[in-house]
Ligand binder design. Structure first.
Ligand SMILES: Cc1ncc(COP(=O)(O)O)c(C=O)c1O
Length: 476
C-alpha cells in the first residue's frame, strides 16, 4: 500500500468513529507520536492523515494542545435531499431580483485574488504588440486557448485548443449552448436544487424546467434516464463538480453514465463546470466531458469562481455542435476582449494560475472549516450542514425555521444570504439557506455569522412557542 493510500485508510477509521460520535469535542486525539506507534505508521503518514482529516473538516489543530475532533454529528448527520417525481414547469418571468453581495454571492474575497501577478501580466500584455487593439479571432485568441488547453492537460483532461471557444463568462457559454440545442417551450432537465442564475436564464429564454431530485450520490439517474428515454427533455443542464448550491459532486461512475446516456439518447448535456478547479482536497476532479466519446457534452466554464469574475472570460468546448456554436459566436459578438485574453494567456502559461490555485484551495479548505466550526457552534443543534469537498458555498438545512423570514430580517441588518426557495420551482427547500464562504473570516464576518445564528435561534423559538400555544388552545 502506498503512503497516500495508507493515510487515507487510516483517516477513514477516524471518520467512521467521529461520525458515530465516539469522540467528545474536548477530547484530544492521539498525538502524532502515539498515532504512529498505535497504527505502526511513519510520522509522515500520521501527519498526512491528520492534515487530510483537517482539510475535510473533521478535526482541528490547536497549536498548543494537539488535534481535536470538530465535527458535530448532530449537525452533519447527512443533509436530507427531497425525493419526488420530476415534473416539468414554467419559470416566473421576469425572474425575481436578488441580493448580490456578502454571503449571498458565490465569490472570493478580493484579498484572495492573485491581483499582483494578474496586473503584471496585464501590464506586460499592454506593452507587447501594436496590433493589440485590433479585432481578434472571434472564437478566442489562440495563445489563450492554447494556454488553457495545456493547463487542463496537467489535470489529466485533454481538450485541444481548437476545440475551445472563448465566451464572456460561463453563463454566456451556457446561454449560447441553450440557444443552439433548444427552442422556446422545450424542457431542460436540471438537478434539484439548481443554481439561481441557470434558472433565471431558462426563465428569460422561455424554456421549461424539469428538476431531477438529488441524492447522496449525486443526481437520481433512474428518473433522469426515464425522462431521456421518453425524449421528454431537449437537453440536460448539469454541474458535476461541487454543484451550486449543495456543493456535492457526482461520482466518476455517474459522470461516465451521463456521458453514455447523452450519446445513447442523442440528447445534449450542457455541463456547467465553473467550480471544478476549486477542489479542497488536492486532486482536481474530471468533468463529464472527459467521458464524452461522441461530442454530446457541451462543456462550459470560466475563471469567475477561481480568479476574477470581473474579467468576464469563460469558454466552451461544444463537441459535435462546434461549427454551429462558432457561427453563432462569430455573428453575435465578433469575439471577446482581446487584451484580457492575451493577459490571461501570459498569466496561465507562466505557471502563475496553477501555483495560485494550489494556494487558494488550501486557503479555501481551511476557510470552509472555519465557517463550519463557527456555524455549528453558533446555530441551533438541529441545523445540518454538508462539508463540501470543493467550491465556495455551504448548503444548510434549518428545520423549523422560515428562511424567507430569516433572509428578510438579516437584510435589515445589511447581512445578505439566499434562502433555499431561490434554487427551485418546488417547495422542498423552505428550510435551507446557501452561504458563500469565499469571504475571509475577520471580526465583521464573525459578528454577521453570530447575528445570523441569533436570528435563526429566535425564529426557531418563536415557531415552537406558536406550536405549543396552538396545542394548548386545543387542550382547553
Ligand atoms: C454554477 C454557476 N455557473 C455559472 C456562474 C457564473 O459564471 P460566470 O460569472 O463565469 O458567468 C455561477 C456563479 O455563481 C455559478 O454558480
Amino acid at each position: 500500500m502506498g503512503r497516500q493510500a495508507k493515510y487515507k485508510a487510516l483517516a477513514g477509521q477516524f471518520i467512521t468513529a467521529i461520525e458515530a460520535g465516539e469522540y467528545e469535542f474536548d477530547q484530544p486525539l492521539p498525538s502524532l507520536r502515539q498515532l504512529s506507534a498505535l497504527y505502526q505508521v511513519s510520522m509522515t503518514t500520521a501527519l498526512a492523515c491528520y492534515r487530510y482529516l483537517e482539510s475535510l473538516g473533521y478535526i482541528t489543530a490547536d497549536p498548543k494542545r494537539g488535534f481535536f475532533p470538530c465535527f458535530n454529528p448532530q449537525h452533519a448527520s447527512a443533509i436530507e435531499y427531497a425525493q419526488f417525481n420530476a415534473k416539468a414547469c414554467t419559470l416566473p418571468n421576469p425572474p425575481p431580483s436578488r441580493a448580490r453581495s456578502g454571503f449571498a454571492t458565490a465569490q472570493l474575497d478580493p484579498t484572495l485574488i492573485d491581483s499582483q501577478q494578474l496586473r503584471a501580466s496585464l501590464a506586460r500584455t499592454m506593452r507587447s504588440d501594436h496590433t493589440l487593439f485590433n479585432y481578434g479571432d472571434p472564437l478566442g485568441e489562440q495563445p489563450f486557448r492554447q494556454a488553457l488547453s495545456e493547463h487542463l492537460k496537467t489535470q489529466g483532461f485533454v481538450i485541444r485548443a481548437q476545440e475551445l471557444v472563448i465566451t464572456q463568462g460561463c453563463l454566456d457559454a451556457v446561454k449560447t449552448a441553450l440557444e443552439l440545442v433548444t427552442k422556446e417551450q422545450d424542457i431542460v432537465a436540471v438537478p434539484s436544487p439548481c443554481y439561481t442564475g441557470l434558472l433565471d436564464i431558462l426563465s428569460v429564454m422561455g424554456r421549461q424546467v424539469l428538476e431531477i431530485p438529488s441524492n447522496q450520490d449525486g443526481i437520481d439517474l433512474v428518473q433522469l434516464e426515464h425522462e431521456m428515454a421518453r425524449h421528454q427533455v431537449a437537453a440536460c443542464l448539469i454541474s458535476a463538480n461541487f454543484q451550486n448550491p449543495t456543493g456535492h459532486s457526482l461520482s466518476t461512475q455517474q459522470k461516465a453514465a451521463l456521458a453514455n446516456m447523452a450519446s445513447q439518447y442523442r440528447i445534449p448535456i450542457i455541463e456547467d463546470d465553473v467550480y471544478r478547479e476549486l477542489c479542497h482536497t488536492g486532486t482536481t476532479p474530471l468533468p463529464i466531458k472527459h467521458f464524452d466519446q461522441d461530442g454530446w457534452v457541451v462543456w462550459c466554464s470560466s475563471i469567475s469562481k477561481t480568479l476574477a469574475p470581473g474579467l468576464r472570460l469563460g469558454w466552451c468546448a461544444p463537441g459535435r455542435f462546434h461549427q454551429k456554436y462558432s457561427d453563432l459566436i462569430r455573428i453575435r459578438s465578433l469575439g471577446c476582449n482581446r487584451p484580457l485574453q492575451l493577459a490571461l494567456a501570459d498569466y496561465i502559461s507562466r505557471g502563475h494560475y496553477a501555483r495560485y490555485l494550489k494556494k487558494l484551495n488550501n486557503t479555501l479548505a481551511s476557510q470552509c472549516n472555519q465557517y463550519i466550526q463557527l456555524l455549528t457552534r453558533l446555530l441551533p443543534d438541529k441545523v445540518r450542514v454538508n462539508r463540501p469537498q470543493g467550491g465556495l458555498v455551504l448548503w444548510l438545512e434549518l428545520p423549523d425555521i422560515n428562511t424567507k423570514q430569516l433572509q428578510k430580517q438579516l437584510k435589515e441588518e445589511r447581512i445578505y444570504i439566499l434562502c433555499g426557495d431561490a434554487f427551485s420551482t418546488t417547495t422542498h427547500y423552505h428550510n435551507y439557506i446557501r452561504l458563500n464562504f469565499g469571504q475571509c473570516i475577520h471580526a465583521e464576518i464573525e459578528t454577521q455569522l453570530t447575528k445570523l445564528a441569533q436570528t435563526a435561534s429566535s425564529l426557531q423559538r418563536q415557531k415552537s412557542v406558536k406550536s405549543e400555544s396552538k396545542t394548548g388552545t386545543k387542550l382547553v
